[in-house]
Design a protein around this ligand. Sequence first.
Ligand code: DX5
Ligand code: ZN
Length: 217
Amino acid sequence: MTIHPSILAADFANLERELHRIAAADLVHVDVMDAHFVPNLTLGLPVVQRLAEVSPIPLDAHLMIEDPDRWAPDYAAAGASSVTFHVEAAKDPVATARAIRARGARAGLALKPGTPAEPWLERLDEFDLILVMTVEPGFGGQQFMPEVMPKLRQVADAAAAHGRDLRIQVDGGISTTTIGTAAAHGANTFVAGSSVFRSDDPARAIRALRKAAAHGH
Ligand code: DX5
Ligand code: ZN
């Protein structure tokens, strides 16, 4: 079970300092938005590269961009240990996942709340991580959507049936009140933006999330 604070909720004028505030987490989740795939705009390759150089913990890049087939492998080369792209934006998700793996990173496939998992359940071997979005991507601080729990369960069951140790990630509205529900439906990696960075004591917030997730399991 891993906790990934999202720097979308961090102080963008002090990212290196913010990374050290969450050093007790497992990975740092970096939301890359291009103002096309989602309406919001955040940061890109040069920033990810510098974050990877200074971060005390590995980077989990979440690409909310168009044409991930072209760009995702570059995020692996920039030093992200895990690179997740959206299936809705990709032309050839399997080829893109293979290109990410070839550059030494874990390959993740993200599904928006309305995107079905079925077509991918037989191809789970091509991915290291499946991200089941629990909000519409684009903004932090939104409400967790319990209606995606059946899909989460479906992915977790398929991974278990294939004997795969898959990372099953949830992202959006994760707090101590929602993380247990996601854990109970099979999630094992948890992204949390506001609930970690908006806390006075992020290390304590991370511990509280771990404890609440363990209760859900
Ligand atoms: C939303 C992003 C999330 C976001 C989560 O599009 O993918 O990673 O930062 O933020 P919270 O935890 O505040 O919902
Ligand atoms: Zn994200």
